[in-house]
Design a protein. Structure first.
Length: 429
């Protein structure tokens, strides 16, 4: 499985950077052994019949893809570039920032006012079902975002299809992701105050907009705003989540993130110069997953692990079948071959990786009194015409240079594509 981007709960996945994130509550992902990861979505189908698959690393405990079906009029995957939960939000503190982590955008079945949930007539709300599968992790959660001019009625079921009590949802506190921490999503335009938060009907009912909203409903406040969301950390018994969705004003949409705790692997190693000289400054290590896809940081760039003055590096990732390490030295040094490591262990110690300086042989000027160089196309002393030999030699040099350029280009492409998502870098996202 490809891991698109990675984000450690409360901080960054590169120990060498020594960036400290927000302190996590006791119930959060254990930073000593786990990392938080977000589902990677693939959307299929069409209006009224969408089918979506969500993939998570096997180290989360999910033994199969999460499936989502929906009869909404529109369901798309968003990149997380303009709307996200940063590391200061309650959900981001637990599972890491969702910046550049994909999520789903869902619209109602129609743009008209929907009746009280869970009624399904005149007109019916959209129905979206999340099936987590029979094999799943104990620590996962989801977020319903941008709940302002709309409502979502949430029910959960166990493996036998029996409904579970509302407490099994593990509802967090309604909040606004535009109001907490930094960086702010670009969707949070303007100075705020970004104080719009949805209402959670945990017990009883709420009467508003001529509708009686029953227990288990997230209710917006009518106006189209930015950032209002509610997170959930369901009981491990939850197998299926059903979301009935309707509008109260205009034709809104809501955002759906899904994240889980994954067992962590900590990879440590050392980069050395052949011969024992200090490692060149500016050397970095790039990471690739088992599919050869890049691990990207939260800015969408190739994740680069800096090598310290002593040559050491450390990176934390979700446990996976394997990872590829590519050492990228500065100019003047030959990159070593990529190193494949077992990513299924809690700790991986990589043997020293040697970098070799490029050897440049300086040209030596002729000694005083030595014969002058032969004219072009002519051998020294004999006067024989050397043009054909020179041409062949030049051709060989050109071909050799092209081969070296091709190899370097392939290696650089592999390097540039070797790292895929996991860190809220110095911004704290």
């Amino acid at each position: 499985m490809s891991i698109r981007r990675m984000s450690l709960a409360g901080g960054i996945g590169i120990i060498a950077l020594a960036v400290v994130g927000a302190a996590a509550p006791a119930s959060a992902v254990d930073p000593a052994t786990e990392v938080g990861v977000y589902a990677d979505w693939t959307v299929g189908g069409a209006a009224g019949a969408f089918t979506v698959t969500g993939t998570l690393p096997a180290s989360t405990g999910f033994g199969q893809a999460v499936t989502v079906t929906s009869d909404s009029i529109t369901l798309t995957e968003a990149s997380g570039a303009s709307a996200f939960l940063n590391a200061s939000t309650d959900f981001g503190t637990r599972y890491g920032s969702s910046r550049l982590q994909p999520y789903l955008t869902v619209r109602p079945k129609t743009g008209a006012l929907a009746p009280v949930p869970p009624a399904v007539d005149n007109p019916p709300p959209s129905r979206t079902v999340i099936d987590l599968g029979a094999v799943r992790g104990d620590d996962w959660g989801f977020v319903l975002g941008d709940i302002d001019a709309d409502w979502v009625y949430v029910t959960v079921f166990d493996d036998a299809g029996a409904p579970l009590p509302i407490e099994a949802l593990g509802a967090m506190t309604p909040a606004n992701y535009c109001a907490a921490g930094s960086p702010k999503p670009s969707a949070c335009a303007g100075p705020g105050p970004f104080d719009d938060v949805p209402r959670w009907v945990g017990t009883g009912t709420i009467d508003d907009f001529g509708i009686t909203f029953t227990t288990g409903t997230v209710v917006g406040n009518f106006d189209d705003t930015s950032g209002a969301y509610l997170g959930f950390t369901p009981d491990p018994a939850v197998r299926r989540v059903e979301l009935l969705y309707g509008a109260v004003n205009g034709s809104p949409s809501y955002q759906l993130w899904l994240a889980a705790a994954a067992a962590k692997t900590t990879i440590t190693g050392t980069v050395v110069l052949d011969g024992g000289a200090p490692v060149p400054p500016g050397t970095v290590v790039e990471i690739g997953d088992a599919d050869g896809q890049p691990v990207l940081d939260v800015t969408g760039e190739t994740l680069q692990v800096p090598v310290g003055e002593g040559g050491g590096f450390t990176v934390e990732l979700p446990q996976a079948e394997e990872y590829t390490l590519v050492v990228v030295p500065p100019a003047g040094y030959t990159p070593p071959a990529p190193v494949v490591v077992d990513g299924s262990q809690a700790e991986v110690a990589v043997p020293p990786i040697a970098v070799v300086p490029v050897v440049v042989v300086p040209s030596t000027p002729p000694a005083p009194g030595s014969p002058a160089p032969a004219p072009a196309g002519q051998l020294a002393e004999s006067g024989a015409d050397a043009s054909p030999s020179v041409a062949l030699a030049a051709g060989a040099v050109v071909i050799g240079a092209a081969a070296m350029l091709f190899a370097a280009t392939r290696r650089r492409r592999a390097t540039a594509g070797v790292a895929k998502g996991f860190a809220d870098v110095a911004s704290g996202a």
